[in-house]
Design a protein. Structure first.
Length: 197
């Protein structure tokens, strides 16, 4: 019930999306009253997509405008909703050139189960060669993976944090582990986790 109230509140904050939501809700009710379950299902799926887009835009507002000296490329921001395997997909990039970062958030990610399995086994999350380790960001466990470009010898990092069924991925090129974790701590992970539950 609490989630429904939050979703209805989010829907009312976006007039265009709210109008689409209301239109799809009316279509679902009408189709259901007529006994047309296929059209009812379609309208409900459209409503869920509308909600995913609204939640994605709210999450986008929470993301930091800067990561160190790298400014968010807001013109490249992208929020999409998919019916099927994945839910909402949120994408933001920071910086230009070789030094850059990106945040990807995928609802209903198929990787969450595998990551949770790795995180639940204490010895599996850390590789012996230092390329993978378990870390905590604002109380949430994640996997930090390091790769080194053989030509430039620069380190690139990917941090994956499962949030219920949603996967937050933070990728930073040409950086250090300490800088990546410091930047990751500027991402409002607890607020994002509340919105995606």
């Amino acid at each position: 019930m609490k989630k429904l109230i939050i979703l209805i509140t989010l829907v009312s904050t976006f007039t265009v999306q709210a109008q689409e939501f209301d239109k799809n809700l009316a279509s679902a009710r009408s189709a259901y009253a007529a006994g047309n379950l296929e059209d009812t299902r379609f309208s409900i799926q459209q409503m869920l997509n509308d909600i995913d887009i609204i939640v994605g835009k709210e999450i986008m507002k929470l993301l930091p405008a800067k990561m160190d000296a790298m400014t968010a490329n807001t013109k490249e921001d992208n929020v999409t909703a998919n019916t099927g395997i994945a839910g909402v997909m949120i994408h933001r990039t920071y910086g230009t050139g070789e030094k850059n970062a990106l945040i990807d958030i995928m609802g209903n990610s198929p990787l969450v189960g595998s990551l949770n399995a790795i995180l639940s086994l204490p010895l599996v999350g850390n590789s012996g060669d230092g390329t993978q380790k378990t870390v905590k960001v604002q109380g949430y466990k994640g996997i930090l993976q390091k790769s080194v470009d053989t030509e430039t010898n620069k380190a690139n990092f990917t941090l994956q944090i499962p949030l219920s069924t949603t996967l937050l991925t933070f990728t930073v090129n040409d950086s250090s582990e300490a800088d990546v974790l410091r930047m990751a701590n500027t991402i409002p992970v607890p607020q994002i986790a509340k919105l995606v539950q």
